[in-house]
Design a binder for this molecule. Structure first.
Ligand code: DHB
Length: 333
């Protein structure tokens, strides 16, 4: 059984899609619902529809048989209403028959006010009862003129406080709240962020259910040595780096947060999961569930079945394998 309990939700598989690739349209979300993914997570919504940045805004980096990516999409999405309308939520439920699966709405308002407005609309709408979680993305590196909230601690603290105090969560105690974090690179930053998150834990009377570690690593730059230009067009060619090249960084973030966060705040691993072994490595670092982004884009939604089967095969191996009692004095994860 590779199911899990994430922030009060039951997932029949701990492997789900990340917000981003193949999450923009109703058709794409329904395909995830029909797949083996443990939950369906939408593209990060803004209040209004956005077409995103100019093309080209996505490129792939091949290292052996592993594909990483750099993107500067700029939050193209159908707008908040499209991801919360009753007919989409009904089709998602029907597509995920017989058991149904959680639907996670990712939001990435261009301001705190915009995020709060979307939560207001959710509170007023009948859709909220069919929504399992709201995942607030504080880590998009790609909107011109909008620095990353998760790196601006005074702003980040205000965002955490106001969003977690929103009545949509107190009125709907089963609605989980998650935050999608950017990658951090230094121990004092993990201390500082954990210090802002822990007071919001359910065990402290708060509503924070989980964090995702982590979003893409910003300021990556791909260049074309033939044309002597950047590969991506928007924002001077800079974009967010994802996939196997950030997997070890993502796992470090999972582990740092797992060791610092209140037990009631779950950590979802995200970064470079291509195989069941990658998923297991994230779990060893402290992840309750794992999200798949670049590999989902490359392979399509059948990746959730393949990765789940690989993880199950791994779990069936004789307990502990060769590492049991043979850690050679290395630190336990
Ligand atoms: C986008 C890219 C990201 O890496 C992210 O976290 C959110 C949004 C984007 O450009 O659309």
């Amino acid at each position: 059984d590779i199911g899990c309990h994430l922030a009060g939700l039951h997932l029949s598989s701990c492997i789900l899609n990340a917000s981003g690739p193949r999450t923009n349209t109703e058709q794409q979300l329904l395909e995830i619902a029909r797949s083996s993914a443990g939950a369906v997570c939408s593209k990060s919504a803004t209040l209004e529809e956005r077409s995103g940045n100019d093309q080209p805004r996505y490129t792939e980096i091949q290292l052996g048989d592993r594909t990483s990516s750099i993107n500067s999409e700029g939050l193209p999405n159908k707008g908040f209403a499209a991801y919360t309308e009753a007919s989409l939520l009904r089709r998602l439920r029907e597509s995920a028959e017989p058991a149904g699966k959680p639907y996670i709405l990712s939001i990435s308002g261009l301001s705190l006010q915009e995020n709060l407005r979307m939560l207001d609309l959710l509170l007023e709408s009948g859709s909220v009862e069919h929504l399992s979680a709201v995942e607030v993305n504080v880590a998009c590196p790609n909107v011109p003129g909008k620095p990353l909230v998760g790196y601006d601690f005074p702003q980040f603290e205000a965002v955490l406080k106001e969003i977690s105090a929103h009545p949509v969560f107190t009125a709907n105690p089963t609605l989980a709240l998650g935050f999608k974090l950017p990658p951090y690179l230094d121990a004092p930053l993990f201390d500082a962020v954990a210090g802002m998150l822990n007071p919001l834990a359910k065990s402290k009377g708060g509503v924070l259910g989980y964090v995702v570690c982590c979003n893409t690593l910003g300021s990556a730059l791909a260049v074309d040595v033939e044309t002597e230009t950047t590969v991506l067009h928007p924002k001077g060619g800079f974009g967010g780096l994802g996939g196997p090249v950030v997997r070890y960084l993502a796992m470090g973030n999972v582990s740092h947060f797992r060791s610092r966060l209140d037990e009631s705040i779950h950590v979802v691993g995200c970064g470079g999961v291509c195989t069941g072994e990658d998923a297991f490595a994230h779990i060893l670092c402290g992840a309750t569930a794992v999200q798949v982004a670049t590999q989902h884009r490359v392979e399509g939604p059948t990746c959730f079945y393949r990765i789940a089967e690989e993880l199950k095969d791994l779990m069936r191996r004789p307990a502990g394998g060769k590492l049991v009692g043979a850690s050679g004095g290395m630190p336990k994860i």
